[in-house]
Unconditional design. Structure first.
Length: 549
């Protein structure tokens, strides 16, 4: 008679948390867990071709669905291979539960040559995760798993690793009834009435207000729209694109931080900025040089966010959605009215800035319109770090929801394809498509995950912007290193042949005007499709890189 093990308990815990999709790689040091997952049959396990790719898939799944992502890896080299994905999840604030093995308990860190043993796996994972835990015995297994998941899901969200030694995975453990369990998530902090009243009075005196929203305001879409309807200008961090629908007339999107145009002159005319769930990252404020309005109020659930990059006159440590919802209601009750000419000022800045940025794209000026026109509403727009994304993908592409888009917040190349696969496996059941755009250099980093898209029939279009080089680096070299371009030229595969190997239909775009038609045909395919944009035929991408000092 088989015993009920810690591996079985892990599978029951995942089911209790309604985690029906897991990512990773099967290995000798996680077999007790994954065998139990397979026997229970509740969660599907997506076999990545590498732990890094599997981690990015779990990240993309979590960002697209708003649920906890789960990555299962082996110990040692397997856990190490997952680190790049955990780094990106930490940058993005993605709730991700990483379950990994460990050596047999007596040999952990002993340096005696045990299989896959590294001298300090917990230290390695702790450097890239929000927290790390280890299960030492069956008795503590449920408590540690619960603590890990709650930590990942609690603000500020992030990746959390749990080590389970191989011998512990096979030990006898009590059963868990998934129907009787729920995670004890902490209540969100509500701003006290006195502090809220101070905030209200500050806002009531403003006539040209702007609100900068970040991913910490992702759940506050209704409140942000109401403030925009009341006359607030809205800008967003790159990670919060779509928090206010892109077609709202008060939405300035993520034009902040770009070299030309930028919003400094507009900010000079604003008498209040509310920073809501945003980090005001240096790479979005021109290394802190952006001239934000002097009168600033900051709302963030994370007390450590106060004044991290820009100071503020009032810091409200509270749930952003609740605070903005209450604020909008009070402003309505007080018949708040912004300055009568402020909406026109916003409209002029929006039109002028967007047109200047669009004109700067040269032969790619119509790509944002064509791509958006081809994509059905609520298509998830996933990008890798590319010239195209850094210019128009982040700034000129309207989204209707903050979960309709994602890209590598850490700006590393390579996450795009697995992020897109994870997103697709999260939203395809809702009838939603995914479009993933990568440069040829970044696409190569996780190229093997292409076959995961085929095996799982991810309903997505893979777009590779092919200029046969590391284009961003080449632009920096041209501006700051005398036009010398060592190490950036890349020999490329035959992408049509590659798509054929992966059993995907293929399109090649060699004229700028043909993008929309090719994308419409590719999006009509059920399952994965491949589109190559031949940038060598279309023309050089104009530089948008700021010269290095």
């Amino acid at each position: 008679m088989s015993i009920h093990t810690v591996g079985d308990l892990v599978a029951e815990f995942l089911e209790a948390c309604r985690l029906d999709t897991l990512f990773g790689m099967v290995s000798v040091h996680n077999l007790p867990v994954l065998d139990a997952v397979a026997r229970r049959g509740y969660s599907r396990f997506i076999s990545a071709r590498g732990e890094m790719g599997g981690g990015h898939m779990a990240d993309g799944y979590a960002r697209a669905t708003g649920r906890l992502g789960v990555l299962v890896t082996s110990t040692g080299p397997g856990a190490a291979s997952a680190c790049p994905a955990l780094v990106e999840a930490e940058f993005a604030g993605t709730p991700l539960l990483h379950i990994t093995g460990q050596s047999l308990t007596p040999w952990i860190g002993s340096q005696k040559g045990a299989l896959h043993d590294v001298k300090d796996q917990a230290g390695m994972l702790g450097a890239v995760c929000k927290a790390t835990f280890r299960i030492h015995s069956p008795a503590e297994a449920l408590g540690v798993l619960t603590k890990a998941a709650v930590t990942a899901l609690s603000p500020r969200q992030g990746p959390v690793s749990v080590e389970i030694p191989f011998d512990v995975q096979r030990m006898e453990a009590p059963c868990l009834d998934p129907a009787s369990f729920s995670l004890p998530l902490p209540a969100l902090r509500i701003l006290p009435e006195a502090e809220f009243e101070t905030l209200v009075q500050t806002v009531l005196h403003a006539r040209q207000p702007v609100i900068w929203v970040g991913s910490g305001a992702r759940d506050a879409t209704a409140a942000v729209k109401e403030l925009a309807d009341l006359g607030f200008a809205v800008v967003n961090s790159l990670s919060a694109q779509g928090l206010l629908p892109g077609d709202h007339p008060m939405n300035l999107g993520s034009l902040n931080g770009s070299r030309e145009p930028n919003l400094d002159a507009f900010y000079d005319q604003c008498d209040l900025m509310i920073v809501a769930g945003a980090r005001l990252r240096l790479n979005e404020t021109r290394d802190g040089a952006s001239r934000l309005p002097a009168n600033r109020v900051q709302i963030d659930i994370d007390v450590a966010a106060q004044g991290r990059t820009y100071g503020c006159s009032q810091f409200a440590c509270a749930d952003v959605n609740d605070t903005l919802t209450r604020l909008a209601a009070r402003l309505r009750a007080n018949a708040y009215v912004a300055a009568p000419d402020f909406a026109q000022l916003v409209a002029d800045v929006r039109q002028t800035s967007q047109e200047a940025l669009r004109t700067s794209l040269g032969p790619y000026a119509d790509f944002p319109r064509q791509m958006r026109a081809a994509m059905p509403d609520r298509t998830v727009w996933v990008r890798d770090a590319t010239l195209s994304n850094g210019s128009w993908g982040n700034r000129l592409f309207p989204l209707s929801s903050p979960r309709d888009g994602m890209f590598p917040i850490g700006a590393g190349i390579g996450p795009g394809l697995p992020l897109g696969i994870g997103a697709a496996l999260g939203v395809n059941s809702e009838g939603r498509k995914v479009v993933m755009m990568a440069g040829d250099g970044g696409f190569a980093v996780n190229l093997t995950e292409l076959w995961v898209a085929t095996q799982e029939q991810a309903d997505m279009v893979i777009v590779v912007m092919n200029d046969s080089s590391y284009g961003v680096i080449r632009h920096i070299q041209n501006l700051s290193y005398g036009g010398r371009n060592p190490y950036t030229a890349l020999q490329q595969p035959d992408y049509e042949g590659l798509a054929r190997l992966a059993h995907m239909p293929f399109w090649r775009v060699s004229r700028a005007d043909d993008l929309e038609a090719s994308m419409r045909e590719a999006l009509a395919v059920d399952g994965p499709a491949f589109v190559e944009v031949n940038m060598r035929a279309i023309g050089d991408f104009p530089s948008y890189i700021v010269p290095q000092k």
